[in-house]
Design a protein around this ligand. Structure first.
Ligand code: FES
Length: 374
């Protein structure tokens, strides 16, 4: 069943340094039971992971979480990653950042900082993040990142509650002199899946947001503005699935705070065994473990994927989405209109057109305990 002959390299290493986070976004992609994760890797253990992955060909290293700034050894990890020759990227909410820390990151050789926002105004930002001070801090830090010579890269996760403010979000980005803006419509994993009903926008909301983004893009380009607006549509309004992670175990390697190695950030929910970097070498994990080999190639496919003439385009879509929605991780991703479970997606879209509950479960330790298994 497994296909192992092809030579693959984990080009992109994502180091989820911690699940600790001062915010509580209801669309966080961290696992629902994150609070049950084991002890975080030490500085030395992380550096060893970086060293092993670099030897195997990894070129890009993302620091994320939770909030990676919570780790007091972040400067050390960045410096070591740089010394090993990685291109490094920090994905942060900006909470816990200050001018001095940015300067330290710069000295340590950090290449890139992405600051995430919840909304374009304080009120919605506070409702989503659970912090009254977060918005002002994010604005300050976005400006500081730019002042210290980094390109300003902003990320807005859009959904039902903020997508109608897309024009204000773009205006804010222009005012901040952002270079790259990711307007990423929420994808439904982790806490976002739990809160899907309250977060999924309607088709009309989505189409309006895309149209407005295109209009801004044209207008700003005509004015010679260098800002790049990247609009990401949610799977739920597509008829074909995405080639998730560019193929299972092809390029991406995620290491979670406790050292569990995954082919994607959500895979821990699947009924598979995933190895831990504390117990195995990265080479064994990448090349020989069940978790990384299971969905490589196409031998695992069932119908309709098995005989589909588009199977190379999407490799059956996202395994985590197939499992979350159908209970069988071997099924075609239900986003695909050829899937017998596609009605689940259509029903979710239809539900978004009606009166939906606005109640949300916020991502915090207390709520996470409810999802502990066993
Ligand atoms: Fe896990 Fe798509 S997020 S395979």
């Amino acid at each position: 069943m497994f296909e192992t002959a092809k030579r693959r390299q984990p080009l992109w290493l994502l180091a989820e340094l911690t699940y600790k986070c001062p915010l509580q976004c209801p669309y966080c992609s961290n696992p629902l039971d994150f609070a049950s994760a084991g002890q975080e890797l030490t500085t030395e253990q992380w550096i060893d992971v970086f060293r092993q992955a670099r030897k195997m060909g990894a070129a890009q290293l993302g620091f994320s979480g939770g909030e990676p700034l919570v780790r007091q050894d972040l400067e050390i990890l960045i410096a070591e990653a740089r010394r090993l020759g990685y291109y490094t990227n920090l994905i942060t909410s900006g909470i816990g950042l200050n001018a001095q820390r940015i300067a330290h990151f710069h000295d340590a050789g950090l290449d890139h900082i992405q600051v995430s926002f919840q909304a374009s105004d304080e009120e919605v930002n506070q409702m989503l993040s659970g912090s009254a001070k977060a918005f002002a801090q994010k604005l300050k830090m976005a400006r500081e990142v730019k002042a210290q010579g980094y390109p300003m890269v902003l990320n807005f996760v859009t959904h039902r509650h903020n997508i109608d403010q897309i024009d204000r979000i773009i205006e804010l980005c222009v005012e901040l002199e952002a270079d790259y803006v990711e307007l990423a419509t929420c994808q439904y994993y982790g806490w976002a899946f739990e809160n899907r009903e309250a977060l999924l926008p309607t088709r009309a909301q989505l189409e309006r947001a895309e149209r407005i983004t295109n209009e801004y893009r044209e207008r700003l380009a005509a004015q010679g503005h260098p800002i790049k607006l990247i609009f990401v549509t949610p799977d739920y309004y597509e008829e074909r699935p995405k080639k998730c992670m560019n193929g299972w175990g092809e390029l991406f390697l995620t290491v979670t705070p406790d050292g569990t190695a995954l082919p994607c950030h959500s895979a821990r929910m699947l009924p598979l065994t995933f190895p831990n970097v504390k117990d195995h070498s990265l080479s064994h994990i990448w090349n020989d473990s069940e978790g990384f080999n299971y969905f490589r190639g196409k031998g695992w496919m069932k119908e309709p994927c098995r005989s589909c003439d588009e199977q190379d385009d999407d490799l059956g879509g996202c395994r985590c989405q197939a499992y979350m929605l159908t209970g069988d991780m071997h099924n075609a991703d239900p986003v695909c209109a050829k899937s017998e479970h596609h009605s689940l997606i259509v029903e979710a879209r239809l539900a978004a057109e009606g009166d939906v509950s606005t109640a949300m479960t916020f991502r915090n330790e207390r709520n996470s305990r409810v999802f502990f298994k066993g």
